[in-house]
Design a protein around this ligand. Structure first.
Ligand code: SAH
Length: 381
């Protein structure tokens, strides 16, 4: 009996890895570059369309490889314009990707793992049991999917001044801890930032970590994108409880790694994320302690109103308490925008992502179709 093994997808391979994968086909390095550009500049979905390759080359490629990428299993549109896509992966696993339109930019929030191993007390993703790393194609595929939706593939590599794009900025702030999946994140970001690839400037990409200290140095040196750190507490005692990873890498080590981070200059400051939990971490004393903790680091603080999820053990600080916190930080010289929750109605806001690895029932499938139709209509406008 002949066993059909799925052809490996080329999506996600950086240029050198693509050359390696295609070596057995005998394609010249010039041809490899052409394939690379078809993949990441034009977003080709099949080899047939690669019209500047010979028929024979196209047939050889199609015989051995695929261009498979994650496909949509559910699309939801928030009343505030945010979108959430549930993407189905080749093995049936699922991840969520969120798009947040703003007046001056469009930010795509991508996931790096299915689920997460960190179990931060306030985060929904941490309650998901099934966890695995996404491969580079699955990480990159999320950005490629958004380019499909907005029709943002071009014939030529787009210059770095990309303000006009729907997807102008990327944040690695979806499901998972990106620095626990370093190699795949690095490969995906290499293609995303390559001028001959997706051509997104490193300055428009931010990686958020809960503080995997040894990988933070490597992130700065080898990936070179902006860094965001999920701080959330100013004492080890509280941070141990909220972000259990702190027991392994306590505040002193975390802050030292931030001071070393190579992009930490005044032009590219590190973002410190701080979730506002009523009565837990939102006192004036904690705001002052936060300012002291950041002293000497080119930093900005991003205050995130806590986003509840079914069964979550916390509530969000009141607007007055958040305002007081902002004022204290401002007096100490730190601008601290409060992140407007987006897509709360579709559980797309920070910390609300959680994919179920099960088949949807008939009602959910119908709903999915309706929201998909709505999103398509919206796109067509
Ligand atoms: N593991 C990485 C990437 C996740 S980013 C990290 O921890 O940084 C998601 C951001 O949303 C993090 O700052 C996270 O702490 C925050 N977050 C998680 N749950 C939240 C919630 N319920 N409300 C608001 N922010 C939350």
């Amino acid at each position: 009996m002949r066993v059909l093994t799925p052809r490996p997808s080329l999506v996600g391979l950086p240029k050198p890895a693509l050359a390696e994968a295609l070596r057995e086909t005998g394609l010249s390095s010039y041809r490899v570059s052409q394939v690379y550009r078809w993949l990441y500049v034009r977003g080709a979905r099949d080899f047939d369309g690669m019209t500047d390759l010979s028929r024979r080359d196209r047939a050889t490629l199609a015989e051995r490889f695929s261009l498979a990428r994650p496909c949509v299993s559910n699309a939801r549109l928030s009343a505030d314009g945010a979108r959430k896509w549930l993407l189905r992966l080749a093995d049936g696993g699922e991840v969520e990707t969120v798009y947040i339109p703003e007046t001056d930019r469009g930010t795509l929030c991508i996931s790096s793992q299915i689920g997460c191993t960190l179990t931060c007390r306030f985060c929904h993703t941490g309650t998901q049991r099934l966890v695995r790393n996404l491969d580079a194609g699955e990480i990159l595929g999320q950005i490629m999917h958004a380019r499909d939706v907005f029709g943002e593939w071009s014939g030529r590599a787009v210059p770095l001044a990309d303000r006009g794009r729907h997807v102008s900025n990327i944040v690695l702030m979806g499901m998972g801890e990106p620095l626990y999946n370093f190699d795949n994140v690095k490969a995906a970001m290499a293609v995303a930032t390559d001028g001959d690839g997706l051509a997104i400037s490193k300055r428009r990409i931010t990686l958020s970590t809960a503080g995997v200290v040894p990988m933070m140095d490597r992130c700065g040196e080898e990936i070179g994108v902006n860094l965001a750190v999920s701080l959330h507490a100013v004492t080890d005692e509280l941070r141990d409880e909220l972000v259990p990873l702190n027991r392994k890498y306590p505040l002193k080590e975390l802050m030292a790694a931030c001071r070393r981070y190579p992009t930490a200059s005044n032009v590219r400051r590190i973002t410190f994320e701080y979730v506002m939990l009523a009565g837990v971490n939102d006192s004036p004393g904690e705001a002052r302690a936060l300012a002291r903790l950041l002293a000497g680091i080119p930093a900005k603080v991003n205050l995130i109103p806590f986003n509840p999820w079914p069964g979550s053990p916390y509530t969000c600080s009141t607007p007055e308490v958040i305002e007081r916190f902002v004022d204290i930080l401002a007096a100490a010289g730190y601008t601290s925008p409060v992140r407007t929750p987006r897509g709360r109605d579709i559980l797309a806001a920070c910390g609300q992502l959680r994919s179920e690895s099960r088949r949807p029932n008939a009602r959910e499938r119908r709903e999915a179709e309706q929201t998909r139709d709505k999103a398509v209509l919206e796109d067509a406008r």
